[in-house]
Design a protein around this ligand. Structure first.
Ligand code: NAG
Ligand code: NAG
Length: 520
């Protein structure tokens, strides 16, 4: 045997012995979150691992080492609650209070995850004792009832956090971040915080924790009613909900300080924003031609997949078309239905290959709702933004973009055209925004390793080191009263009280004695 073949054999042995079997679960049923799920599956496949991916948007492609568990009918519930609901039409979202902080949000999140866990195909997979995995990647989306999955499969849990880092997710592996200098994901404030903003931040954390305490029994009930039956089939005893909940080995965050905040992370967390972005694909022929031939450049406009552009009022659609018609740039607008009297320079598309559009050298500006996928793709390609945030983390993201200087946030309103037009013209003429976007893009890419490689590195690391318990934060086991030293405060108060009593007693004895001596 030559050295070369021996080497190859050794290499193949090494690779196959390291090939892992990973379960990737993305219960949040929106299109954008599913793209993030495919990112995990694809990066793990790239590294030669075997992946079972439970997804509501299956790729339906035959890929070696990939098994997709199709839960696409779960989209029905999601669409019913959001896209098909009049309340989520763009025209009805203007000036609305955050629904993310309402009871409806809990109902929505809870039902979505419960539907996921009670899906027959998911139960079948989890019940089969022959199904063995090395790790489970679980998307975290405002509930923890899915934590029974890694416990059932007796393998480490790796959280996938699809948003910027924030306290509610971080509390599962560390502690609640200090609201004096970190923002709630649904905050509209900006760091550094003024006095009342700090108070508001603290209030948000307190209020949310009260809500979590109220929801907890429902979640615990779901956990205790779903898993034990499946566990019996596998011969596994379930840990308590609490034990399973705080047993995450690692958290991978769809975040990066170049676009978001620079918040400290425990040792078992890493920023991997950008991991989902594939090698740039060619544009469809018509779009390629359109963008190539746009002498004055292209403006791309998309409001994302949940609160869509076609939900705008007639008046808003017309005023935007009118605004676009005055630009010399070509405008590509992701618009989900049809429109009449569209100006010559406006091109409507029902579906947009967003990363490929952002990658085109003629693209000048992206008008976006400010979702995390859009802001991270924009910074990946160094494109400046005008943001029209509607809900969820979009305000947080756009406030950060504006603070970093590569975009302008505009308040969504029926009569927003003058403000929007001014923002668009400012970015098209003032080169600092584009330059800043390029600068931050360089920062975004300047890392120890590309985010997709970091993703597989940490998954492999956790498996190799049996859950990597040495990385876990000790803060997780310390109750809040101990962190605030309330117990020490009580002890000190007792000691001081005792000393005061003794001193008072001694003084009173002495003055009694003195008065006795005087009178005698
Ligand atoms: C599939 O996995 C096997 C090991 O389980 C590995 O040897 C092979 O290279 C993988 N195939 C691909 C296309 O990654
Ligand atoms: C917690 O995770 C580790 C690592 O995967 C595992 O060994 C342990 O059994 C888990 N504990 C519980 C209570 O689930």
């Amino acid at each position: 045997m030559s050295h070369k073949t021996a080497g190859l054999l050794l290499l193949s042995l090494l690779v196959s012995s390291e090939a892992l079997r990973i379960l990737v679960c993305f219960p949040m049923t929106s299109k954008s979150h599913s793209i993030l799920g495919h990112g995990y599956a694809n990066r793990l496949l790239d590294a030669g691992h075997e992946v079972v991916h439970i997804t509501s948007y299956p790729s339906k492609k035959i890929v070696q080492n990939l098994t997709e568990i199709d839960v696409s009918y779960l989209q029905d519930f999601f669409k019913e609650q959001t896209m098909n609901d009049d309340a989520f039409k763009l025209k009805n979202m203007i000036g609305k209070k955050n629904f993310e902080e309402s009871v409806f949000f809990f109902y929505f999140v809870f039902t979505m995850h419960k539907n996921f866990l009670t899906d027959p195909n998911v139960i079948k997979l989890l019940s089969d004792p022959k199904e063995k995995f090395d790790a489970v990647v679980l998307e975290w989306f405002f509930t923890e009832i899915t934590v029974g999955i890694p416990a059932l499969l007796e393998c480490p849990l790796i959280w996938a956090c699809s948003t910027e880092r924030h306290w509610q997710a971080l509390r599962l592996i560390d502690e609640i971040s200090n609201p004096a200098y970190t923002l709630d994901l649904f905050s509209h404030n900006r760091i550094p915080l003024a006095f009342w903003q700090r108070a508001e931040g603290l209030w948000k954390v307190v209020k949310r924790n009260v809500q979590l305490a109220i929801y907890y029994p429902f979640e615990k009930w779901a956990y205790n009613s779903i898993y034990p039956e499946i566990a019996a089939k596998r011969g596994v005893t379930m840990p308590s909900y609490e034990e399973a909940m705080y047993n995450g080995s690692f958290m991978l965050l769809n975040a990066h300080p170049s676009i978001g905040g620079s918040i400290k992370l425990p040792q078992n967390a890493a920023n991997i924003a950008g991991y989902h972005i594939e090698k740039t694909k060619l544009l469809p022929k018509d779009l390629q031609k359109l963008m190539d031939e746009a002498k004055h450049g292209v403006i791309y406009f998309s409001m994302g997949s949940i609160v869509q552009s076609d939900g705008m009022s007639e008046q808003m659609k017309r005023s935007l078309l009118d605004m676009f018609s005055k630009y010399e740039q070509t405008v590509i607008w992701k618009f989900e239905s049809d429109l009449t009297d569209v100006p010559k320079n406006v091109h409507l598309v029902k579906w947009a290959p967003q990363p490929s559009i952002l990658a085109h050298p003629n693209l000048k500006l992206f008008i976006t709702h400010g979702g995390q996928l859009s802001t991270s793709e924009a910074i990946h390609y160094g494109v400046p933004l005008v943001g029209l945030p509607v809900m969820a983390d979009q305000h947080y993201n756009m406030i950060s973009v504006e603070a970093k200087g590569f975009g302008i946030k505009v308040t969504l309103a029926e009569d927003m055209v003058p403000e929007l037009d001014a923002a668009v013209r400012k970015i098209l003429t003032d080169k600092t925004y584009t330059n800043r976007a390029k600068e931050l893009s360089a920062l975004f890419h300047d890392r120890e390793m590309p985010p997709g490689v970091a993703l597989t590195h940490w998954v492999e690391f956790v498996v190799r080191n049996r859950g990597a318990p040495h990385l876990r934060s000790p803060a997780i086991a310390v109750p809040l009263y101990q962190k605030l030293y309330l117990d020490l405060g009580v002890v000190l108060a007792i000691i001081i009280g005792f000393i005061v009593k003794v001193v008072k007693y001694v003084l009173s004895r002495r003055s009694n004695k003195q008065s006795k001596e005087k009178s005698s």
